[in-house]
Design a protein around this ligand. Structure first.
Ligand code: 26V
Length: 796
């Protein structure tokens, strides 16, 4: 593809005049972007068709990753990297007087996800393609992705994200592959000589139309996978409907509230929509190339990303029984052997439950099947003498007239995994101990990983170049080769160049923040960064109280280190999550107060970066010195931001939670700062009904001051604005142990600040973090998924 710069330039000029009917010099940036996209797509399509043909001929097992969210961000830089044409294109365009960065700016982020779970799905697509696994994404083409966040007078304000407004050039609509999805109505059960058949009548149809996005592999043209996103349309005979009608509403908007189960009917409609459409197209494709439906588990793996696609279990049963005419027992074996499930949280409020009457009304045949699965499961455990009342209660799919999706997912799949060692243990031993006694063979761990090609190669070209100069290019394909950097630990010129790269990345962020938010920060300061969704358990509050404490110390003229600090926050709050929105306001109020205080001599700055998304993330991780990963131990299933920072040489200040524990094991205690309660301690406190927060408050004078400052006029805000935060700590007894972890956190922070001043030692710590990050590439995660769960042969 574009073997030389000259070939690329000629092709580009020709294409431009073809589509725009004028010379490229006179084109707008948008037209110039479109031209580049078309050229790339033309090339991709050649190999994409070939991959599909090869897959059909080779009858290789196909993996389908079902996810309600794919947070893919911008795709142009991803295609340039993975197709290996970044340099040719950039230089070629430059000669034509076109700046590639301006073209990249034309593309809107596809924000089809809330946070970690959706970004993980996107990283997994990249790694599946790279590993040579025919692994495809199945999801929803939301017309509006996650809202755009504006900060107005310190408050979060949400605006619609119109990513499709100018069209999306990386997708191909496949109307001929549309599927009819049936909702509502009733089921007529007919007895044909003892064999029951089920006829769904009086239903409402919705048309699911697929849009395919190619997923290319780094360094190989051979395996191009597909991300298939489904869009809802009125069925062909109902085109008279208004576009705003019920049918097309299904794929209208992404639900922006992670960790809160709203129980909304539309959300359930979405879940069934992409499950039924995806499974239908998989089975059609399978039957075209295979003889026996009993072979399904050998040729197809369906992986469900959290419980949102758990309706795969009853829907696959429905297809096998009602459409393929298979009996229940065989259909069950096929279903369980085909489906595998990843759990992503133990937070009780995020566990999905649906009211039985809603499911009966919306999906009458599916609810019959779920009730039958529930009945048979209960009979099965009773017959095995496993049952006691606690086990029955905790494992039931249907309980209190609700359907518990996690239990459905565990019972209906052959593999259940958590996303870090710690999380998998907590899931198995504390959250689902009964299932673990029934199905010990199902439980396993797959520690998360991230695409190091996107978050290091692409996001941090300076560092990537430095690494390549030192250890060659091998690390791009084998992230474990980063370990060869250990040899440079005593090479002071290398360490200097490493900190020069960091400095340039800090300048790049400084420029961005000045341009977009008018804020001036000092690139020589420590950049202490916490970017992630805003949630009580992630404890942005703990970080805020720390900064207030530092501020108080400086104002008191007490001792303080002479290093300057820039505290950077970013992240969105669910629009209905009042507490989290108040935290955003608090951070902004603190920023206002600190940034304009002349006494501070620029020792402190606080920045809340507006609209944190994948593209902004790619600017922030490379510029960070300290990575804040301070969730209440046991609450963060894994975290993946922690890994993105690590690859970029930031040092973690974190709790012994999620994957932080594994990061510590890789880098050693001296290259990370881990503080605070352990998950066992937290879980024990929860068992005992909590701890005495008031006690901490009364016996810690510095802590008492900052808590009082939330409500005593320290912030010149609307009265009682932060009362809800104050109350969460003292009246509601601090459910997330903010006060309990305050002192250890300050201590850990101070240690890192002192360490930062010892330049060479700090640089070594940064280097060690990069060198040991290889394990946290999603290539490694996907390799393990394949070896233990999907089992596709002949992969990398
Ligand atoms: C939950 C819900 C609940 C129902 C309404 C909509 C909705 C949307 C998203 C979620 C996701 C909650 C689970 C989640 O995001 N978990 C995160 O998964 C990351 C990837 O495994 C992991 O790194 C984070 O620690 C974990 O919090």
């Amino acid at each position: 593809m574009f073997k030389s710069q000259a070939i690329f330039q000629n092709a580009y000029k020709k294409k431009f005049s073809e589509i725009a009917g004028k010379k490229y010099e006179d084109g707008t940036a948008w037209e110039q972007y479109q031209t580049l996209v078309m050229l790339i797509m033309e090339q991709i399509k050649l190999n994409w068709n070939q991959t599909n043909c090869n897959n059909a001929v080779n009858k290789k097992k196909q993996v389908y990753y079902f996810s309600m969210e794919f947070l893919i961000g911008k795709l142009l830089p991803y295609y340039l990297t993975n197709l290996g044409i970044g340099e040719v294109v950039q230089k070629g365009l430059k000669v034509l007087g076109i700046d590639l960065d301006i073209l990249i700016d034309q593309e809107k982020d596809a924000g089809l996800g809330n946070g970690g779970l959706g970004r993980l799905a996107a990283c997994f697509l990249d790694s599946m393609a790279f590993m040579g696994i025919p692994g495809h994404g199945n999801g929803i083409r939301y017309q509006f992705g996650l809202f755009e966040q504006k900060i107005v007078n310190g408050f979060q304000v949400e605006a619609q994200e119109e990513w499709l407004k100018e069209g999306y050039p990386w997708e191909i609509k496949k109307p001929e592959k549309s599927v009819i999805i049936k909702y509502f109505g009733n089921v007529d059960t007919v007895n044909n000589n003892g064999k029951l058949t089920f006829i769904h009548e009086n239903y409402e149809s919705v048309l699911a139309v697929p849009y395919d996005v190619p997923i290319v592999s780094y360094d190989s043209n051979e395996n191009i996978n597909t991300l298939r996103l489904w869009c809802a349309e009125p069925p062909a005979d109902r085109q008279d409907y208004e576009p705003s009608c019920h049918q097309s509403a299904i794929s209208h908007v992404l639900y922006p509230d992670d960790f809160s189960q709203s129980g909304k009917q539309l959300r359930l409609e979405q879940e069934y929509f992409f499950v039924a459409a995806g499974l239908s197209s998989i089975i059609q494709h399978f039957k075209k190339h295979n003889n026996s439906i009993f072979d399904l588990p050998n040729k197809v793996a369906v992986h469900i990303n959290d419980t949102h696609p758990a309706l795969c279990v009853p829907e696959l049963m429905r297809i096998l029984i009602d459409e393929e005419g298979i009996d229940w027992e065989d259909a069950w074996d096929i279903t369980v052997n085909t489906i595998s499930y990843t759990n992503h949280t133990i937070m009780p409020e995020a566990l999905e439950k649906w009211q039985l009457h809603l499911v009966r009304y919306l999906l009458p045949r599916i609810s019959m099947i779920i009730e039958e699965i529930d009945k048979r499961f209960k009979q099965d455990i009773s017959s095995k003498n496993l049952a006691n009342s606690e086990l029955m209660r905790n494992t039931a799919i249907i309980w209190d007239d609700e359907i518990r999706m996690a239990n459905l997912a565990v019972i209906g799949s052959h593999s259940v995994n958590g996303v870090s060692k710690l999380h998998s243990e907590i899931l198995k031993n504390n959250v689902q101990p009964e299932f673990n006694t029934i199905y010990p063979h199902k439980y396993n761990n797959k520690t998360n990983g991230i695409s190091h090609r996107r978050f290091l190669m692409e996001a941090n070209p300076g560092l990537a170049e430095l690494i390549t100069q030192a250890i060659g290019e091998g690390w791009k394909k084998n992230s474990f080769e980063l370990n060869n950097l250990v040899a440079y630990k005593e090479d002071s010129s290398f360490l200097t160049r490493l900190s020069e790269v960091k400095f340039r990345n800090k300048c790049r962020l400084q420029e961005y923040l000045f341009k977009t938010q008018g804020i001036k920060i000092n690139p020589n300061a420590i950049f202490d960064v916490q970017v992630k969704r805003i949630h009580a358990y992630k404890r942005q509050l703990l970080n805020t109280l720390k900064i207030m404490d530092i501020y108080n110390l400086i104002k008191d003229h007490s001792h303080f280190t002479d290093v300057q600090h820039v505290f950077i926050f970013g992240g969105k709050a669910a629009p209905g999550y009042h507490y989290a929105k108040t935290i955003i306001k608090l951070i902004n109020a603190l920023a206002q107060k600190i940034n304009k205080d002349q006494d501070l001599n620029d020792q402190l700055k606080v920045v809340f970066v507006e609209n944190f998304n994948v593209s902004i993330a790619e600017l922030i991780y490379p510029a960070a010195d300290i990575s804040e990963q301070i969730s209440t131990a046991s609450r963060e299933a894994s975290g993946t931001g922690n890994m993105k920072f690590m690859f970029n040489g930031a040092v973690t200040l974190g709790t012994p939670d999620g994957a932080n524990v594994e990061i510590r094991n890789k880098v050693g205690d001296e290259n990370i700062e881990i503080f605070g309660l352990t998950s066992d301690e937290v879980i024990n406190y929860y068992r005992l009904g909590g701890y005495n927060a008031l006690n901490e408050y009364e016996n810690n004078p510095r802590l008492k001051i900052v808590i009082d400052q939330l409500v005593n006029g320290f912030f010149p805000d609307i009265e009682k604005e932060y009362q809800i935060i104050y109350n969460s700590l003292l009246e509601e007894n601090d459910q997330f142990f903010v006060l309990k972890d305050f002192n250890p956190y300050i201590e850990g922070f101070n240690k890192l600040s002192l360490h930062f001043k010892k330049t060479e030692s700090w640089q070594k710590t940064c280097l060690t973090n990069i060198a040991k990050a290889g394990y946290f590439s999603s290539d490694r995660s996907i390799k393990e998924y394949n070896q233990d769960i999907w089992r596709v042969d002949n992969t990398r």
